[in-house]
Design a binder for this molecule. Structure first.
Ligand code: BGC
Length: 415
């Protein structure tokens, strides 16, 4: 196998050299411990075939892309694109990058590499416009997961079954509070992490149908159900670690590992941190669907694009082919916490968390995330973050709901 791979490299490398393309700039926000390790696995997989291409890792730190996306916009608007960049399907990819003409279509790769047979159509549709496809997925994350420190819960007599409702959750938080523990770990130096807590709580109250109705405009943002979710979110604030605004999402996961907090509601990139720290499933940490969201799977998928006018187009096309391969998916996802987006990957290579997530994906209601740019235009995503920031300070439910009603009206034009 090794011999075959390096022979292939010998054939490919001169082609890239002939075109003078020995570099590849990859833009992402994968900089935490788990994210960095998983990105390295993608680079290694690429390097096996293209050892002579220098990969420029242009990652910008800041979970959820909160700092990376503005940097990327400036580069794209200034005509200085990286060769390829990370993007979520749905509104983010189509509205922010395809619509203004920053992406080259890669539809042909779906035929040449047989991707049209192995990537779920529903996901490919979220990356396509007018029959043209603009990205290939590396992974599918689940956004609505509640992680916990197993030893800490055991010590405090708290057991979690297959499902965990709001009542049980708040009872556990109260028990931990009485034991002097900040139950809920949040790291919202990037506010999106608190917005994610709200997103998950909102889904837990309105349910999958309510979610669809909210983002299609059928349900209003001041609906009593939405306000009920706001009430829960407000109540959660009483159990949050006081240093939350000084921590990043991964530092909050770190606090959970250290037993400083018991829970964190976070997408399963958190699993990448546990894996990187060699923590053991069901011994050191456990997981359950965020309260009320059992049976629903909030999709946070990561794709890569091809820039229009990519400085190193051949190398970038080779990168996309490599990302979409079975080998890359099998190397990347076990480290990242995400499940493969291809349907033909060997499931036995994955641990218990991944098995749980794969079964949730196969059997659950799949819903796009707003926090991660899939469910609504960028202006609404931003307005939601702003409204959460204000709500944590003023704790006023009417203001929160009204801000979202207004934002939904304003973003109507971008739909
Ligand atoms: C991305 C994940 C990433 C997470 C935290 C999400 O938007 O889809 O890949 O790990 O942000 O940075």
């Amino acid at each position: 196998m090794v011999v075959l791979v390096s022979m292939f490299a010998l054939i490919q490398a001169p082609l890239l050299q002939a075109a003078g393309e020995k570099k590849l700039e990859v833009f992402s926000w994968w900089t935490s411990g788990g994210e960095g390790a998983a990105l390295d696995a993608l680079f290694s997989n690429y390097k096996k075939q293209y050892p002579d291409v220098e990969i420029v890792n242009a990652a910008v730190a800041g979970g959820g892309g909160s700092a990376a996306r503005p940097v990327l916009q400036t580069r794209l608007a200034g005509g200085n694109p990286p060769d390829t960049w990370q993007s979520h399907p749905g509104y983010e990819l189509l509205g922010q990058y395809v619509e203004p003409g920053y992406c080259e279509e890669i539809t042909d790769l779906y035929k040449s590499d047989g991707w049209d047979k192995v990537f779920p159509k529903a996901l490919v549709d979220m990356m396509s416009k007018d029959g043209k496809t603009y990205a290939v997925l590396a992974s599918v994350h689940r956004g609505n997961v509640l992680w916990y420190n197993k030893k800490l819960l055991d010590k405090n007599g708290i057991t979690i079954g297959e499902k965990f409702g709001f009542d049980e959750f708040f009872a556990a938080c109260e028990k931990l509070r009485l034991a002097g523990i900040h139950a809920l770990g949040v790291g919202d130096s990037g506010i999106w992490a608190s917005t994610q807590l709200f997103e998950n709580t909102l889904l837990g109250v309105v349910g999958p149908q309510g979610w669809t109705d909210l983002f299609s405009g059928k349900m209003k943002w001041d609906d009593p159900k939405v306000k009920e979710a706001m009430t829960y979110f407000l109540k959660m604030q009483d159990y949050v670690n006081p240093d939350h605004s000084a921590l990043s999402w991964d530092q909050a996961v770190g606090a959970l590992m250290e037993g400083k907090v018991a829970f964190t509601s976070m997408g399963d990139w958190a699993d990448g941190e546990f894996i990187k720290a060699h923590k053991q499933e069901q011994v050191d940490f456990g997981w359950v669907a965020h309260p009320g969201t059992d049976g629903a799977f909030v999709i946070v998928a990561d794709g890569f694009t091809l820039a229009k006018g990519a400085p190193h187009k051949e190398a970038a096309l080779a990168w996309l082919k490599s990302i979409g391969s079975k080998e890359a998916e099998e190397a990347f996802n076990p480290l990242k916490g995400s499940i493969p987006s291809r349907t033909d990957v060997d499931k036995s290579k994955f641990d218990a968390y991944h098995q749980w997530s794969m079964s949730g994906f196969a059997n659950g209601k799949l819903l796009p995330s707003c926090v991660h740019g899939e469910a609504a235009p960028a202006a609404f995503q931003q307005a939601l973050n702003d409204a959460v920031t204000a709500f944590i300070v003023d704790r006023n439910i009417d203001n929160f709901a009204n801000a979202l009603v207004q934002a939904a009206k304003e973003s109507e034009a971008d739909r």
